[in-house]
Design a protein around this ligand. Structure first.
Ligand code: ACM
Length: 562
């Protein structure tokens, strides 16, 4: 079946799709999902979704092997297309065949069965994404015969959310996880600690929440306007909230990656525990956007604090990675600190950047003892990244290229393509954003494996991730606007191989996909531009800021976050 024709609008695009033969499958009230015993959780998840959308009773029943039963079957067996996925993503491959009045999803692992069902759901009408049907009961839904084989291009397909610059309620985090999973993304990276707010409880240090979760006020409009809202802001998740988020994500085959950013971006912690800082000057949880000079001191007691925090946070997040940030850490305070000078002398370090590298290595040792791998932003390369550290390349692609050359695994997150806090267009109708402009097409067109990485190092690129920093994203609704539909374009780039078909072919499928996002109540940006309710309302003195041209990547001094 050619993608240029009237193929089903599957997004991300599967590896192979053929029109099938035989009778369509009819999903209706009373239908049965027959599943291999090991796919019970996947079947239950889909049953709940269908029951809600259809207002139906859906039954699940366990069957072993190739035994038949049910209009939908989930079979466990190795699938040939798994060989086309990276080794660590082989379990995400699946086949989906609709024929003879039945839909059959086959996969070797629950993740593959889950993605098969995500694809199957896109073969149903968009109202299959609703949580209740009109009149309480939907008509039957027909699945036309089709044969699909599918496997991801990358094993790391990540979506990042900063819950610090603006606190995002638990319900939104779970909605985002659900949407990520719908798009076959498998990592949701939560940026949990910042200068402007600390969002994760640590029993040993209660003031991190009591003090660190709250700030006095926030900027309004663009930060260069210097206008503040005189309104306190904050929030945090309870341990139970985080356990719920992690369990909800696990049911959707999403790993939640926690980030505790250190040794910079720590003002909220220093406000709570001044002994972590370098000066006697009192600091408050930061009320402006930007990079603060206040960073952790690197005393033994501070390293112990970091390890204690990691221990408690790691308990909540069971994945094999732990993100410790490492980005944007000014060395100004260390340069003025006799204690930092003494530490450098003690450890034969010749620069403050090496001191940061020494700190990161200490943290990596601690994580290794806990069986976790360290993740850091590409700045960790500057102090000599610890062996085995995974590097997220955000300041363009150079960090990723160097990290892969040095044998590190890499996730490509370059801001010029994948920072979704940038505006969609350089247009005054766009809500105030940190920078112009990243279109849907630009995200879609990103290639995560730069030519500069030699073929024998390309396996180090585990995948790619889109980022949403929230200085200019005060609400979940606004976050949805920034993500969608760019996240849909990102998902296609992260899952699917490049094909000869261009952006217009993707756009055809995306237009259909938007009807699914509508059914889900997502505040996406229409392809034509913001609706009146979404468009910019801020008229501050520096609103023309956004009209400045995009600096060419790599030429400007590292712009950082605002
Ligand atoms: C970053 O944007 N500072 C990772």
């Amino acid at each position: 079946m050619s993608w240029e024709e009237d193929a089903p609008a599957l997004l991300p695009r599967p590896l192979r799709l053929r029109r099938g033969t035989g009778a369509a499958a009819r999903f209706a009230d009373g239908m049965t999902i027959a599943h291999d015993p090991s796919f019970r959780a996947v079947a239950r998840w889909f049953r709940r979704e269908l029951e809600a959308a259809g207002g139906w009773d859906v039954h699940t029943t366990e069957v072993a092997g190739e035994e038949q039963g049910g209009v939908l079957e989930l079979r466990r067996r190795a699938v040939a297309c798994a060989a086309e996925a990276p080794e660590r993503a082989a379990g995400e491959a699946y086949e989906l065949v609709v024929s003879g009045g039945r839909a059959v999803v086959t996969a070797a692992e629950p993740a593959g069965a889950f993605y098969g069902l995500q694809t199957l759901r896109q073969l149903l009408p968009a109202h299959a994404y609703r949580t209740a049907p009109p009149g309480g009961r939907a008509d039957e839904m027909l699945l036309e015969p089709v044969e699909i084989e599918d496997a991801p291009r990358f094993s790391w397909r990540g979506v990042h959310l900063d819950v610090c610059r603006h606190f995002m309620p638990k319900g939104f985090v779970m909605k985002l996880i659900d949407l990520a999973a719908m798009h076959k993304c498998n990592v949701v990276h939560l940026h949990l600690t910042e200068d402007q707010g600390w969002r994760v409880p640590v029993a040993k240090y209660p003031r991190l929440i009591e003090v660190g979760a709250w700030r006095r006020e926030s900027p309004v409009g663009h930060r260069d306007d210097g206008v503040f809202d005189a309104t306190p802001h904050g929030g945090f998740y309870s341990r139970e909230d985080l356990e719920e988020i992690v369990a909800f994500a696990a049911e959707r085959h999403v790993t939640v990656l926690p980030e505790v950013d250190m040794p910079g971006h720590m003002v909220a912690a220093i406000a709570a525990y001044p002994e972590l800082g370098n000066t006697d000057e009192p600091v408050e949880v930061l009320t402006e956007w930007g990079i603060s000079d206040h960073v952790l001191n690197l005393e033994e007691s501070t390293i112990q604090f970091c390890c204690d925090v990691i221990d408690e946070v790691a308990e909540l997040f069971p994945g094999s990675y732990f993100h410790v940030g490492g980005d944007e850490c000014p060395t100004k305070e260390w340069e003025a600190s006799p204690r930092a000078a003494a530490l450098m002398a003690e450890h034969n370090l010749t620069s403050e950047r090496e001191l940061q590298g020494w700190f990161t290595a200490r943290i990596a040792e601690h994580l290794e003892r806990r069986g976790r791998m360290l993740v850091g932003w590409d700045e960790i390369l500057e102090g000599g990244a610890p062996p085995g550290a995974l590097v997220m390349s955000w300041r363009g692609e150079q960090g990723g290229i160097e990290a892969a050359a040095a044998g590190h695994d890499v996730v490509m997150c370059p801001q010029e393509w994948l920072y979704l806090d940038w505006a969609y267009a350089d247009d005054p109708a766009e809500p105030v954003a940190i920078r112009p402009a990243t279109s849907v097409e630009r995200v879609w067109g990103y290639e995560p494996v730069p030519d500069a990485i030699p073929p024998d190092r390309r396996h180090h690129v585990l995948g790619t991730q889109c980022q949403l920093w929230t200085e200019y994203v005060p609400t979940p609704e606004r976050a949805e606007y920034q993500y969608f539909p760019r996240l849909s374009a990102f998902a296609e780039m992260a899952w699917s191989r490049r094909s000869g078909a261009g952006f217009s072919e993707f756009e055809r499928r995306l237009r259909v996909h938007l009807t699914r996002l509508s059914a889900l109540g997502v505040n996406y940006r229409p392809l034509e531009g913001p609706t009146p309710g979404q468009a910019r309302t801020w008229t501050g003195p520096r609103m023309e800021h956004l009209a400045s041209p995009l600096e060419p990547a790599g030429e400007a001094p590292s712009p950082g976050r605002p």
